[in-house]
Design a protein around this ligand. Structure first.
Ligand code: C6P
Length: 412
């Protein structure tokens, strides 16, 4: 069992309590929906309960013992994020609610301060709604133009179309590191360099990359980078916005309230230093501590090992899907693909596929995965998507394939 992987898979799985549950008597859970949200290891759950049981207090405010300990745990989580993503300073790491809020923060603060009528934002056709709608809102409000890098039939970004759009000297270029529908891993370092050469600010949506690949943001060189804790073994309710320090310094605050100020008078206020300037109100303290524990967990395994393990699973999945009649997989081959496979099944609605699989304990996602434009591009309203993480096994991939044969049987 599990001989091919670089991970000690039984040990990894043993750390996720939920993986030992059954979905109904005698039917073990096969969780293939980690692109939506990952499962959480025991050490994340325990770090959060320890905070509530031993340290619970508000941070940056009190001078009592608990407040000091809570502040230290919260800020130490920020230090862990800083190191994990290769940022130069903790001042560049802003805690938000999720990737979506991180992108919105940039659109509201940087976007509204810097973009106006006639300016150009370049996005791609494969963006998640989170990296599309905030820019559409800005475009509608300010008369900013939007243009989209094309996606090829194979599911790769058309770099010729990227080059052409850069000739129009966009002010902002925003793209995903890894597509949540196609699984495509984009050449983000090269794209960042090219966009910055024409003077654009670059934002990368890292919601699907930071959890699954080794990511060094300083090496990539992007100006902004966004991701969520809940997809990387951490809790819901906390995300990260990394930003270039001089840009963050110049940007106006996003939300106003406690903690983001230095001094408040009746009519005016002075803004706090980074990163607190962008963290108004009581932050998600237990969640930050949980994210810190998730980073310790992932670091102990190694992101390269996580990535290699998922490569093995996706390779197996793509190989085996080929033998199932009527299945079409979207996105590139394994060379450019992370652990995500979206597919259609001729004559069967994705919701029906997901429902039959659910009867066998297999959790997959069916729908547009908050990426309607890329589905439309391929003439689809929805797909079924299996997505992997470090706790999935080759045997689970095989169970999925067997499940698909059952779908075939039911629908003839
Ligand atoms: N994609 C999926 O099932 P939030 O919801 O803010 O944590 O993440 C948004 C987001 C942004 N970009 C990409 C590439 C994403 O995949 C996601 C979340 C989930 O595919 C939920 S729709």
């Amino acid at each position: 069992m599990h001989t091919l992987t670089v991970l000690d898979i039984e040990r990894v799985r043993g750390q996720f309590p939920i993986l030992s549950r059954e979905t109904k008597p005698g039917v073990p859970l096969i969780y293939l929906d980690s692109a939506a949200t990952s499962q959480k290891p025991r050490q994340v759950i325990e770090a959060m309960s320890t905070y509530y049981e031993r340290q619970n207090a508000n941070i940056h405010r009190g001078i009592h013992r608990l407040a000091e300990e809570a502040t230290e745990s919260f800020e130490s989580a920020r230090d862990k994020v800083t190191e994990f993503i290769g940022a130069k300073s903790a001042r560049q790491v802003i805690f938000t609610r999720n990737t979506t809020e991180s992108v919105n923060l940039v659109a509201y603060s940087w976007g509204r301060a810097n973009l106006g009528k006639g300016d150009l934002i370049v996005l791609t056709e494969m963006e998640h709604h989170s990296n599309m709608v905030p820019w559409q809102m800005l475009a509608q409000e300010r008369g900013v133009r939007l243009a989209f890098v094309k996606v090829t039939e194979e599911g790769l970004l058309d770099l010729g179309s990227f080059h052409d759009l850069l000739e129009n000297k966009p002010q902002l270029v925003a793209f995903t590191h890894m597509s949540n529908m196609l699984g495509t891993i984009n050449p983000v370092k090269e794209m960042t360099r090219l966009a910055q050469e024409v003077g654009a600010v670059v934002l990368i949506d890292g919601a699907q990359s930071v959890p699954h690949l080794p990511v060094n943001i300083s090496d990539i060189g992007a100006d902004f980078y966004a991701f969520s804790a809940h997809k990387m073994c951490g809790p819901t309710g906390i995300g990260v916005l990394y930003g270039r320090e001089d840009l963050l310094d110049e940007m106006p605050p996003f939300l106003g309230g406690g903690d983001m100020i230095k001094r408040v008078q009746l009519e005016t206020f002075t803004v706090n230093d980074l990163p607190h300037k962008f963290e108004a109100g009581t932050p998600p303290i237990a969640e930050a501590i949980g994210l810190g524990a998730a980073i310790d967990f992932l670091t102990s395994i190694g992101m390269q090992a996580v990535h290699q393990h998922e490569k093995l699973l996706i390779e197996r999945m793509l190989d085996r899907l080929e033998e199932v009649p009527g299945v079409r997989v979207y996105g590139p081959g394994v060379e450019h693909k992370g652990g995500v496979a979206s597919f259609s099944f001729e004559g069967v609605h994705p919701h029906d596929v997901a429902q039959i699989l659910d009867g066998q304990g297999i959790a997959v996602r069916a729908g547009h995965h908050c990426a309607m434009p890329i589905h439309e591009k391929f003439g689809l309203a929805a797909t079924t998507r299996a997505s992997f993480y470090l706790y999935n096994t080759v045997e689970e991939v095989d169970s999925l394939i067997e499940g698909l044969y059952q779908v075939k049987e039911v629908f003839g």
